[in-house]
Ligand binder design. Sequence first.
Ligand code: AMP
Length: 280
Amino acid sequence: MRIIRTIDELRDASRSAASIGLVPTMGALHEGHLSLVRAARAENELVVVSVFVNPTQFNDPADLAAYPRTEARDADLAASAGADLVFAPNAAEMYPEGHATSVHVTGPITEVLEGASRPGHFDGVATVVAKLLIAAQATRAYFGQKDAQQLLVVQRLVRDLRLPTEIVPCPTSRETDGLARSSRNERLSAPDRAVALAIPRALAAAAVVLAAGETRASALVSTVTGVLAEAGLEPEYVAIVDPETLVRRVTVEAPVLCAIATRVGDVRLIDNEILVPAGG
Ligand code: AMP
């Protein structure tokens, strides 16, 4: 697997390809990332996986320091899923001395949920994604529904900046027991891993209540918080929102996004599902 470190090399590598599929990641690759790489492989001549633990999207220095870094293994896994090259720049390559440009997406999609919990997070995401899409000259870029809000922010910035990249959403990849795959799962102790299963259980419980005819968002939130509480979890947020605008829904008469953030031990996990009302 070829690993390249500079934006100039990335531009050179992508110049001759008819189509370029980019999979932006922060490394510690797992099956969820690899599902994106396979989707990219199926649709593009050149497949690039970027591995960059982007410091500007971490509001908690301890979280940044604890983020797993497994580059050699990442390169092998990316190759096994069909990637052609890994772009793994260091922070100085992405943010050289004097770097002063930031991409800021306004409105509810950056202000609520993760935006409210993690100040500055989406500025970091939007800036690095814009830089990566431009550097790779990406025809398509692949993002997971696991980070539903991030996907909306990226779709917004691509539309607003008229970047010539198609954003391809990919479904959340889950372990067989339902836990959404995440690089952070590695940091869960065995007992905490079992506790974390309350998250997909809570999403499934909300889906059942909704399918049975409940239309009050508050009732769905109670269902979710109840399942989490049984496992001893106190979520940072449980939200029932419009899947496109992230505006809170009071009644549920069309599909909604149910989003959860909670700490399990000292590991912060997020998950979400689109829930469809009865007859919807
Ligand atoms: P990350 O390395 O966590 O920044 O994630 C890189 C990309 O992989 C993002 O588009 C994520 O949404 C996506 N991703 C992470 N985990 C999953 C998963 N379990 N299923 C699908 N996509 C995922």
